[in-house]
Design a protein around this ligand. Structure first.
Ligand SMILES: *Cc1c(COP(=O)(O)O)cnc(C)c1O
Length: 400
């Protein structure tokens, strides 16, 4: 067992309950082993393994106001442990990497974009990314930042990179599941002096480690498969540059986009089972995709783990697991609605990554460029045979 904990040498590294981290570094341990211990403090007699949430707006602070814990908008010991844990999964064994947690994935996303970009800068965003990005785009443009977009598949970002300050990648993209060659795009962006951020929400750090692929930031929603129970919102940024991360930290402070201690603690507790959940859910997602590919009413089936998927070759180069989301299109909106209604083990709900399967007709939101019958299905931890049987039965029962 090695220490101090890998992955977090920022201001949070030297503090927190139990002092130096007790997590395992990248070498000599598997991901499951790392996950169950990630971010834990050193064992202390009569203390719990994972200290409970610290509810504090302020901390006792006589004399000069020095850190680590002064005011609850700046730092909280429950965040410190979670940030260390996420850092150990996103960048095992890497020095000089820092993780910051936020109240949501969008808070984390906004913290990078709005702390790194200035009036007159140009940024490249995916045209097929998360549905709140168009809102972000409008806000960036209102601040005089030039926004260029490119689709995720086919590395089309290369054509609009010249003069950009930041390249924002979402791979796999939600909900269309296209993938781009992160290493290649990072190389091209760095050669032009641009920073690269990767939205790692869909892959999770067990599926893909953007910093190892050269990215400057890995940004994600912790609301989805990272925590996996559909009971909290959270976000994080892991970054390699101290200067850039200081700006992200400053943005968190001035926007006040902080995680509640209860959410942070729940997230840390859930992180211990990430390997179990991800392995189970992703294996079933592949089984389900295989079962769907023979169905005549299903078109546009996408799962990056399917060997014939257009994204598979690049995904296999840079991902170690392919996610729990399968997307496909049914012939009509009415058919898609009937199908969703007929499912017994799959809830009609948005979001993804939870241990209970969910699905939705994505077009109902109006934000994504998808057909009316497009379904995004998030595979949970049910028995694979139950889930596959349920989906196939719902298709059979709702045939025209
Ligand atoms: C959900 C999601 C977000 C936003 O996360 P929230 O926690 O809902 O704010 C960002 N990117 C992707 C790819 C997502 O799926």
């Amino acid at each position: 067992m090695s220490e101090p904990a890998a992955g977090n040498t920022g201001p949070g590294a030297e503090k927190g309950p139990g002092g130096a981290g007790y997590g395992l570094s990248g070498s000599g341990s598997g991901e499951g082993t790392r996950a169950v211990r990630a971010g834990l403090p050193k064992p202390v007699k009569h203390e719990p393994a994972l200290p409970g949430p610290v509810f504090a707006a302020h901390f006792h602070l006589p004399g000069d106001p020095t850190g680590p814990y002064t005011y609850g908008r700046d730092e909280n010991p429950t965040w410190t442990l979670l940030e260390r844990a996420i850092g150990e999964l996103e960048a095992p064994g890497r020095d000089g990497v820092e993780t910051l947690v936020f109240s949501s994935g969008m808070a984390a996303t906004s913290s990078v974009l709005f702390s790194q970009l200035r009036t007159g800068d140009a940024v490249v965003l995916p045209s097929d990314g998360y549905q709140a990005l168009p809102l972000v785009r409008a806000q960036l443009e209102a601040y005089g930042i030039e926004v260029r977009t490119a689709p995720t598949g086919g590395d089309a970002q290369l054509e609009v990179l010249d003069g950009a300050r930041l390249l924002w990648i979402e791979s796999p993209a939600n909900p269309g599941l296209d993938v781009c060659d992160i290493r290649r795009l990072v190389g091209a962006a760095h050669a032009r002096g641009a920073l690269v951020a990767v939205d790692n929400t869909l892959a999770t750090p067990l599926g893909q480690r953007p910093l190892e692929l050269g990215a400057d930031f890995s940004v994600a929603s912790g609301t989805k498969q990272l925590t996996g129970h559909g009971d909290l919102l959270l976000g994080y940024v892991t970054g390699r540059s101290g200067e850039a991360m200081a700006a992200v930290r400053r943005w968190r402070k001035i926007a006040g986009a902080i995680a509640g201690p209860m959410e942070a603690w729940l997230a840390h507790r859930s992180l211990a089972t990430i390997q179990l959940r991800v392995d189970r859910q992703n294996a079933t997602a592949l089984t389900l995709a295989e079962a769907l590919r023979g169905r005549p009413e299903v078109t546009g089936l996408r799962y990056p783990g399917l060997p014939e998927d257009p994204a598979h070759t690049i995904a296999a180069q840079q991902m170690r697991r392919y996610g729990c989301v399968v997307s496909f299109t049914l012939p009509t909106r009415a058919r898609a609605d009937r199908f969703l209604d007929a499912l017994r083990f799959v809830d009609d709900a948005t979001s993804f990554g939870g241990i209970r399967s969910t699905a939705e007709r994505r077009g109902r939101w109006g934000g994504d460029a998808v057909p009316e019958g497009f379904i995004r299905l998030s595979v949970g931890a049910e028995d694979p045979q139950d889930l596959v049987a349920d989906v196939l039965r719902a298709l059979d029962e709702t045939a025209d």
